[in-house]
Design a protein around this ligand. Sequence first.
Ligand SMILES: NC(=O)c1ccc[n+]([C@@H]2O[C@H](COP(=O)([O-])OP(=O)(O)OC[C@H]3O[C@@H](n4cnc5c(N)ncnc54)[C@H](OP(=O)(O)O)[C@@H]3O)[C@@H](O)[C@H]2O)c1
Length: 328
Amino acid sequence: MKAWLLEKLGGLENLHLGDAAEPVCGAQDVVLEVRYAALNPADRYLAEGQYPARPALPHILGRDAMGLITQTGSGVSTWKPGDHALIIRGPVGVEQAGTFAQKVAVPADSLAALPEGWTPQQCAGASLVYLTAWQALTQWGNLPPSVVLITGASGGVGVAGVQLARALGHTVVAFSRSQEKRRRLSDLGATIVLDPADTQWRKKLLELLGGKRVDLVVENIGGAQFSELLDVMGTWGKLSVVGRLAGPVPQFNTASLFFRRLRIGGVAAGSFTAQEAQAAWREALKLLKIHDHRPLVDSVFEFDQLPQAFERLARGPMGKVLVKIGGQ
Ligand SMILES: NC(=O)c1ccc[n+]([C@@H]2O[C@H](COP(=O)([O-])OP(=O)(O)OC[C@H]3O[C@@H](n4cnc5c(N)ncnc54)[C@H](OP(=O)(O)O)[C@@H]3O)[C@@H](O)[C@H]2O)c1
């Protein structure tokens, strides 16, 4: 079969399209013929060796996909050949071969049915970002309607976060550096949209909140702006650290946490067990139904254009970037 092979760690430039052995279907696995696969920044981190996983090389990247089941293991009774499914979590693309290939072996408990009415493209890129956004929003318990600020709100996790936070009844503050994407985030339900490059953003936000402050931050970016986010948080404010697209936080005075009792907690969608992931996925789907929200697809590239798809992801998409691998 054809697959994008990562010959050695160091970067995405070590990827090439080549021939790989067909996946072996273990007793608890299914083999999925991949229709669409989605890209995530973590694929790049893994290729650069920044990720804890050290898979056997050559490795096939790619965690998200939807496709057609062609084979089931002897211990699998929940799926049958001919079913369509999407991948919701697991070792795929991390410790074992991933979805940038014509076929992939997936543990059966890492699969979910396609949500009714969704297109194949919407199905392919949804799971990781909704599970991540769900964990970031709910890891502090059931919050009453709150002010939730989401950085990198136009990206995969960001869009999912805006949709879920709105459905949970929160007031959503969304950051994007692009005027056009801020307009689209307002359409998605963000109450306040701000440009993080505006040096006056903190003053403007506090004015717009009219005396309230931010209760929860979903933080996708890191870098120099991290400390500024703490300035607008209220007493007992919480910050879920999801990503670090702008790199390490250069200067951070822990004293800024003292007086408002601020709390910071990491998010790791990969830490969900299969059962937790299935439960979180069901909750996310219920919430999406409230405003009839669907995953947002930014762009779809041909299978042989994976490097161009990664370039698009690096430029800052609005929603998910996909590759089309087979079928309709
Ligand atoms: N912890 C977990 O379990 C987990 C799970 C999934 C993802 N993540 C991480 O979460 C982060 C976001 O993932 P994603 O899939 O949403 O990424 P994405 O789709 O690439 O989108 C991120 C958005 O952030 C903005 N952005 C990108 N680089 C930036 C920079 N240097 N400075 C400021 N803004 C920047 C862009 O928006 P604008 O251009 O509109 O500003 C972009 O659309 C990544 O670091 C990813 O690795 C973590």
